[in-house]
Design a protein around this ligand. Structure first.
Ligand code: DQA
Length: 142
């Protein structure tokens, strides 16, 4: 079972970026936790961090995987192209956010991704990714 995990723009700055909102853990630390849980669950996890919308589209379209876990970051609120790519692939997608996007600025409450995702996990910090991984495992076990 293969899971593709995409971290969107600016998430390479985790640990240094707005730490009051996103916490102090670096992306490498978060990825290590994801890979460790993936190994326990028997999931083959491929993790990428991409800053540009086009690269995210390429990864969604070309990669070989069974479930997509994506934190589209700021593109969540703007990208119809990412929304359409997810709609096109016919694979389950899980939307992830570290922060609770519904408790922040008004513009963050709109997600173009939510309507094409199986579900959204938002507000649990790095654990949002781990919860998504468990959800992916359960989806494919059904
Ligand atoms: C984010 C929330 C987005 O609104 C923001 O643009 C991000 C990170 C999150 O993980 O909480 O870059 O996706």
């Amino acid at each position: 079972m293969k899971v593709l995990i995409i971290h969107g723009p600016n998430l390479n700055l985790l640990g240094k970026r707005e730490t009051d909102i996103y916490g102090t853990r670096s992306l490498d630390e978060i990825n290590n936790a994801i890979l460790s849980l993936a190994a326990d669950l028997g999931i083959d996890a491929n993790i990428v961090q991409l800053n540009s919308e086009g690269e995210i589209l390429d990864a969604i379209q070309k990669s070989n995987y069974d479930v997509l876990i994506i934190n589209p970051a700021a593109y969540t609120h703007t990208s119809i192209a990412i929304r359409d790519a997810i709609a096109a692939i016919n694979k389950p997608a899980i939307e992830v956010h570290l922060s609770n996007i519904h408790s922040r600025e008004e513009f963050r409450k709109k997600s173009f991704i939510a309507e094409v995702a199986i579900g959204q996990i938002s507000g649990f910090g790095p654990d949002s990714y781990l919860l998504a991984l468990r959800a992916a495992k359960n989806l494919l076990s059904q």
